[in-house]
Design a protein around this ligand. Structure first.
Ligand SMILES: Nc1ncnc2c1ncn2[C@@H]1O[C@H](COP(=O)(O)OP(=O)(O)OP(=O)(O)O)[C@@H](O)[C@H]1O
Ligand SMILES: [Mg+2]
Length: 670
């Protein structure tokens, strides 16, 4: 007797449900996709108990005829694919003909629908795959799908569900994502009868982003728009050359370097309006933000990518969120360059943007929380990119399975809203009781900044010895109108820029200047090198030996002369100019250790940047170092001329800026 049996349909559906219906949010996703595929422009979603008790999606789409309403629950029944070739060019969100039978097999489901061509509608009731009734029904065209008691017949699955608020968080996340991709649609989400959000149709994506995230975040986003033609080479299996109109286009929003997120939950990618998770896109972004954001810190990014249908294979995974690109290298470089260019173009025109984003860097503070709370992106693309590693380092699980709350962002405690808390008070080195008075009126700002009584200014800037003239002195300002006032703790430059107060981390500021200088010189083949009086001998392990051999030519081009010296040691005979001997040794050790940790082969550009960052870090002026006034002016000027004056090569903020309004508020003057 044969051991192999064909599974009964109900069991096959349950197995399929295992893949497609992971949690309530997956039901919401499938139902939303069906509604959007049916051309719906109004979508209302109701949930109860995080979707486990009830999920209802109501749309004004095409609706179904009575026959279709029954057929929809047959396995592999779909209106979206006609021929095998269609699979190569899928224009709809669904195509597998699996979602409805799968959902019906693990819940109590009611379908109410009316096709626009019919006078009346149909209702179909199914309980755990068993047909419980079919009726005629009066209703407006469109479809309402109600799913109750999800997993009532699969206790094992029920146990895997998280708290209602976590499940609701995932639902909010999916609805938000589809709302972002479909600004022309009306999206209403209610939980237990109360409205979570209601988004009216808007003509452009920018307005939808505003509805979802609010104006404060939108101001921090740079809009990007670009396209690249796709050419098919003769040996490409697609055959014919592309016609002129075939392009990959990207439109979207990327956050300025000052915006810092501690996890990847604010990265949204859409391909042909399908929400996707993708390593290629993630990697391209990582590259675009390299040397702009620190490790473990993420931007806010929304990318809407449009490409010819045959450029992307969506039939890769049952949940249809993973895709495969035909020209992935092209897409990767196109996205990287588009984002990078947008960031470059958006370089601040005013000297330094406000500090509060830098301040939120380490805490994801309530200041920049989006109005509907942080949106979790369950299981954002895994991958070998440094961002995914960084995510776990920061202690946040990549798959954002954390409690979700719908309450508005908690207001910061009273003292936290003040830019200057007692611990931040600007005490001047050497005279702890003195605090720098912020300029208080617009007209006097520049004057106050430029001409101050010599004694206080001297104390601040450290330019005069005590007892010297107390006459007003004119203080040199930078070419950009920024006046350095002094240092805090011999580490941070205090400066005035019109009405604003700046705090500049002198070490990282110099690091940014040197980093770009070293890279520039390397690019021009003009690195200045210095021979060491005595060769430095350092010990290295066998793995580092292999790495060193590989990078020796690049090291040489960057001004190092490193030669093997015995079995486990190397001799450094020359190093880039400007480095102290003690630093050279440490630099090389750190560089090798850093490269040892790399899991992937790194590109030459990346290696160059790593070397430049190490040289810059070691050659830069240190903290706890007194700076002459002229040196501060120089530093500010040079920093202003760099490409990214706001963050150091490792991505840390360089400048904190306190606007006059913030200062006035803190003094309760406004
Ligand atoms: N809201 C809706 N409005 C109109 N027709 C719908 C709606 N939902 C489902 N349908 C019809 O029911 C069919 C089956 O839906 P189902 O979600 O099971 O499969 P699919 O969308 O074709 O593929 P997938 O399994 O990938 O989602 C669809 O092809 C569509 O014709
Ligand atoms: Mg579907």
């Amino acid at each position: 007797m044969s051991k192999i049996r064909v599974l009964p349909e109900a069991l096959a559906n349950k197995i399929a449900a295992g893949e497609v219906v992971e949690r309530p949010a997956s039901v919401v996703k499938e139902l939303l996709e069906n509604s959007l595929d049916a051309g719906a422009l109004s979508l209302e979603i109701d949930v109860e108990s995080g979707g486990r008790r009830l999920i209802r999606v109501q749309d004004d789409g095409d609706g179904m005829t009575p026959d279709d309403a029954l057929l929809a629950f047959e396995r592999h029944a779909t209106s979206k694919l006609q021929r095998a070739d269609d699979l190569m060019e899928i224009a709809t969100l669904g195509f597998r003909g699996e979602a409805l039978p799968s959902i019906a097999s693990v819940s109590r489901l009611l379908l109410e629908t009316r096709h626009e061509s019919r006078e009346s509608g149909t209702s179909v009731e199914i309980n755990g795959a068993r047909l419980a009734g079919v009726k005629e029904l009066a209703r407006s065209p469109g479809t309402t799908l109600t799913v109750r008691d999800l997993f009532f017949n699969v206790p094992a699955r029920r146990k895997f569900l998280r708290s209602d608020s976590t499940e609701l968080g995932h639902i909010v996340n999916f609805v938000t994502q589809y709302a972002l991709a479909h600004p022309e649609g009306r999206f209403v989400l209610r939980s237990a009868g109360s409205e979570v959000f209601s988004l009216q149709p808007v003509p452009v994506q920018r307005e939808r982003v505003f509805q979802v995230f609010g104006g404060a975040l939108l101001k921090q986003l740079v809009e990007i728009q670009s396209e690249v033609p796709v050419f098919y080479s003769g040996d490409d299996d697609a055959g014919e050359p592309a016609d002129q109109s075939e392009c990959i286009r990207v439109h979207g929003f990327v956050s300025k370097p000052e915006v810092h997120k501690l996890n990847r939950n604010s990265l949204y990618f859409f391909v042909n309006r399908r929400m996707v998770r993708d390593r290629i896109i993630l990697h391209a972004l990582n590259e675009a933000y390299r040397n702009i954001l620190p490790a473990g810190i993420f931007p806010v990014v929304l990318l809407f990518i449009e490409m010819p249908l045959r450029e992307v294979d969506v039939n890769v995974h049952p949940s249809k969120t993973e895709v495969r690109f035909r020209h992935q290298a092209l897409l990767h470089d196109f996205l990287r360059d588009s984002v990078r260019k947008a960031l470059m173009d958006a370089r601040p025109q005013t000297p330094f943007p406000a500090a509060r984003h830098a301040r939120s860097a380490m805490s994801d503070s309530p200041f920049d929380a989006p109005p509907i709370a942080e949106i979790a992106f369950p299981g954002t693309a895994p991958g070998a990119s440094s961002w995914s590693e960084a995510a776990s380092v920061s202690g946040e699980p990549a798959s954002a399975d954390r409690p979700f709350t719908l309450s508005p962002p908690t207001p910061a405690p009273a003292n936290a809203t003040l830019p200057f808390r007692s611990e931040n008070a600007l005490t001047i080195a050497g005279s702890p009781s003195t605090t720098v008075a912020p300029p208080l009126s617009a007209s006097s700002n520049a004057v106050v900044a430029a001409v101050l009584p010599a004694r206080s200014l001297a104390a601040a800037a450290g330019v005069l010895a005590s007892g010297e003239s107390a006459e007003p002195v004119l203080v040199a300002q930078s070419q950009f109108g920024i006046v350095p006032l002094g240092q805090v703790d011999n580490s941070f430059i205090v400066a005035a820029d019109g009405g604003a107060l700046l705090l500049i981390d002198q070490h990282v500021a110099h690091e940014r200047i040197l980093f770009e200088k070293v890279l520039r010189q390397r690019g021009e083949g003009k690195v200045e090198s210095q021979r060491l009086l005595l060769p430095l001998i350092i010990e290295i392990n066998p793995r580092q030996q292999v790495i060193l051999e590989n990078i020796t030519p690049e090291l040489a081009a960057c001004g190092f002369d490193v030669e093997p010296f015995g079995r486990k040691t190397v001799a450094i005979k020359a190093a880039p100019a400007g480095l102290a001997t003690a630093d050279v040794q440490q630099l090389l050790g750190e560089l090798l250790e850093g490269l040892e940790r790399e899991t992937q082969v790194i590109s030459l550009t990346r290696l160059r940047e790593k070397i430049a960052a190490s040289v810059a870090c070691h050659a830069a002026i240190k903290v706890n170092m007194h700076l002459e006034h002229s040196k501060m002016v120089w530093l500010i000027d040079e920093l202003q001329k760099t490409q990214y004056p706001m963050s150091c090569p490792h991505g840390r903020p360089i400048v904190l800026r306190y606007e006059k309004d913030e200062i006035l508020k803190a003094f309760k003057r406004i």
